[in-house]
Ligand binder design. Structure first.
Ligand code: ARG
Length: 379
């Protein structure tokens, strides 16, 4: 458990921030601070009001140094799922998130917040990296069918009894734990998983690759930290910027590695790099992804627009008297980075609280026996 006076410190600085930005009177603030101190003294922890939770989650997005989409931080839809404690309740909350956020393509930025860690115990854990993600199967020859990023998790799902069809785009099940018990899984009904077939209006060869991607990226393995409380299960989503799919998920050699096939469909020689076949393939893929999402009516932003929106965010933050922190290496788009104003600036990469943080994978604690837990002869 966190040292209680450390927790008091973190809680206090959050409440100061909250009250300042929400225009809450000094009197009310002092009462709340007293209440929190008392709660921590007696129980070792405290809990956020629904309004504090909403503000905290939004501020965490605002402080996400690697995110170029932060202009919209204040419109994040926050679902308070802290009372969801059973398998059924968790399943319902997660499927609701997918449906609400997807909104038939008009994507709504959403976060569903489950009970925080308490006394070093997790009431709810989610083991997926994203709620919707494609499986990856490594065959005997070492080659992967599907998304290589998912190979370990896919194996884990299979160890639980799940079986996929073995296609390039099998949607993985959701795996969760209640009170750190046995992981359980459930499939997402395909009726609520929106996917976009990728086509190119000028290069029909690209259509033959039968590429597709899911509509909504819902990160589910990061921890939301607000005022010293750790919400270890708090899946959140925005909408895609096209480069994430076209220039990374499809293009990275360690992911779908589609550039050689795209170049082939474009009749480009891949013998010499100096004809810029990779660059040409990347550009056409980006165009195909943008046009396909548009045609399917699914929200997506291109990297130029995202850059302009980030500039507006910087302006608004300056007007509010706040410094924008950022991780330049992540903020610059992977396509034509120098065409963005971000490339020509520097950002301070300090991580303010509230924030979204990486946490050790819960998968690991499942696949490796905990040292000295069962084997210790003295316990
Ligand atoms: N880059 C990740 C992916 O391709 C998604 C990360 C979150 N992206 C977002 N636009 N909110 O799946």
């Amino acid at each position: 458990m966190m040292m209680t006076n450390l927790l008091v410190d973190k809680a206090e600085s959050f409440i100061h921030l909250y009250c300042r930005e929400m225009n809450i009177s000094t009197h009310e603030k002092d009462e709340r601070l007293k209440e929190i101190q008392r709660d921590i003294e007696i129980t070792g922890t405290y809990s956020h009001t629904a309004s504090e939770l909403q503000f905290g989650a939004r501020a965490a997005w605002r402080n996400s140094n690697r995110c170029i989409g932060r202009l919209f931080w204040n419109s994040l839809h926050v679902v308070d799922a802290r009372t969801a404690l059973t398998k059924d309740e968790v399943k319902k909350a997660l499927l609701n998130h997918i449906e609400y956020a997807t909104n038939d393509g008009k994507i709504r930025s959403t976060i569903t917040v489950f009970a925080p860690r308490e006394d070093n115990k997790d009431a709810i854990r989610i083991l997926n990296h994203q709620l919707i993600r494609y499986a990856g199967y490594r065959g005997e020859n070492g080659e992967v069918t599907g998304d290589p990023h998912s190979v370990t998790f896919t194996k884990f799902c299979e160890s639980l009894g799940w079986r996929g069809e073995g296609s390039k785009y099998d949607v993985l099940p959701i795996v969760a734990q209640i009170n750190e018990g046995e992981p359980f899984y459930f499939s997402i009904p395909s009726s609520i998983v929106k996917e976009v077939p990728i086509t190119h209006r000028g290069i029909p060869g690209i259509n033959e690759l039968e590429l597709k991607w899911y509509a909504v990226p819902i990160i589910s393995d990061m921890k939301l930290e607000i005022g010293g409380l750790e919400y270890i299960a708090a899946p959140f989503n925005g909408w895609y910027m096209e480069t994430e799919i076209a220039a990374r998920n499809f293009a990275d050699e360690k992911r779908y590695n589609e550039l050689p096939s795209v170049a082939d469909k474009m009749n480009l020689s891949t013998q010499l790099s100096s004809n810029l076949w990779k660059d040409r393939a990347i550009i056409e893929l980006n165009q195909a992804v943008l046009d396909s999402f548009k045609q399917a009516g699914v929200s997506m932003v291109d990297h130029h627009t995202a850059g302009s929106q980030f500039a507006l965010f910087e302006e608004k933050e300056a007007n509010a008297g706040r410094e924008v922190t950022g991780d330049w290496t992540w903020l610059i788009p992977p396509v034509s980075p120098a065409a963005s104003h971000i490339f020509h600036k520097r950002y301070k990469n300090t991580w303010n609280s509230p924030n979204f943080l990486y946490q050790p994978s819960f998968l690991k604690s499942q696949t490796e026996p905990a040292p000295n837990k069962k084997s210790c002869p003295f316990s």
